[in-house]
Design a protein around this ligand. Structure first.
Ligand code: RUB
Length: 280
């Protein structure tokens, strides 16, 4: 199986992890390129491979932004020697990965500061940023939605429970039933767009319910996820119902957009940011 397949099939999930793995794959692909005669030919192969990786999850600006930065930097090189350019590819790849890790560390720090002591938290799907914040913040209880159809909420529940935190997995449809017990909602993001924050389908419902019940919604996301607008990935209907009758149409959008009206703050590497102050 290729990295493309692993990303497409959700063996690797979550925006930050997808971006990191794709960068590693691009670097490794570049280091195995032989029989090219010049820099342009090398970069054009890299671009084709990067486009394929990006197409595995079209709603992932962090993946797109990081790969684009690497390619842009490669294009600026004065080197003509392919071995030298391969070394530069390695350096640019390393620098993007460090940026992702560094941002995540800062987001965890700011995230902890946003969570009052002894809180009950609700989260949706599985976000590496959110899971890190929650485990460090040590809340008294966490509700995790199961997150149909791929059940990433089980990953969240398993990870958080393994740290000794009281964890309860709930049906996505139960959010409205437990929201009054919750102090704070915290979700991750795949994209920060002009229209709102794009995250796993169901995020908009969770945020709207929280807003109606006067519970603050925080989004933990690196600014590497900023993009003007993005197409929402449509996934295979089999994920929802494998042998559905042919006449039944199935809708399987992977993500939805949470309007900024429903978000209190975005936890970025620069601190707790009012969505109005995000620069596009
Ligand atoms: C995962 C998802 C996560 C964000 C957060 O969706 O919606 O909330 O990707 O990412 P999927 P991060 O499981 O379809 O990839 O891990 O960077 O916080």
């Amino acid at each position: 199986m290729s990295t493309y397949d692993d990303i497409k099939d959700l063996k690797i999930q979550g925006a930050s992890e997808i971006a990191k793995v794709a960068i590693i794959d691009l670097n490794s692909y570049g280091n195995h390129i032989t029989e090219v005669t010049d820099k342009n030919e090398f970069i054009s192969k890299i671009e084709i491979h990067a486009d394929k990786l990006k197409s595995a999850r079209p709603t992932e600006p962090m993946l797109q932004n990081c790969l684009n930065t690497i390619i842009r930097s490669l294009k600026e090189t004065k080197s003509t020697d392919i071995i030298r350019i391969q070394k530069e590819l390695y350096m640019h790849s390393k620098s993007e990965i460090l940026k992702i890790k560094d941002n995540m560390q800062k987001i965890v720090g700011y995230g902890i500061s946003a969570i009052p002591q002894h809180s009950i938290i609700l989260t949706h799907c599985h976000s590496h940023n959110v899971a890190n914040i929650i485990t460090k913040a040590d809340p008294i209880k966490v509700f995790a939605t199961e997150t149909r159809p791929r059940f990433q909420g089980r990953l969240t529940a398993k990870e958080i429970a393994s740290k000794g935190i009281d964890t309860e997995l709930i049906l996505d449809d139960e959010v409205v039933d437990i929201i009054d017990q919750v102090d704070i909602v915290i979700i991750g993001a795949d994209a920060i767009t002009k229209e709102g924050v794009v995250n796993k389908v169901g995020s908009r419902m969770v945020a709207e319910i929280a807003y109606d019940h006067k519970k603050p919604v925080y989004v933990a996301a690196s600014t590497l996820k900023i993009i003007d607008k993005i197409d929402i990935e449509v996934r295979d209907s089999d994920e929802i119902w494998e042998d559905a009758p042919k006449k039944v149409k199935i809708h399987n959008y992977a993500f939805d957009t949470v309007p900024y009206k429903h978000i209190k703050k975005i936890i970025t590497e620069n601190g707790l940011v009012n969505p109005k102050n995000i620069k596009f």
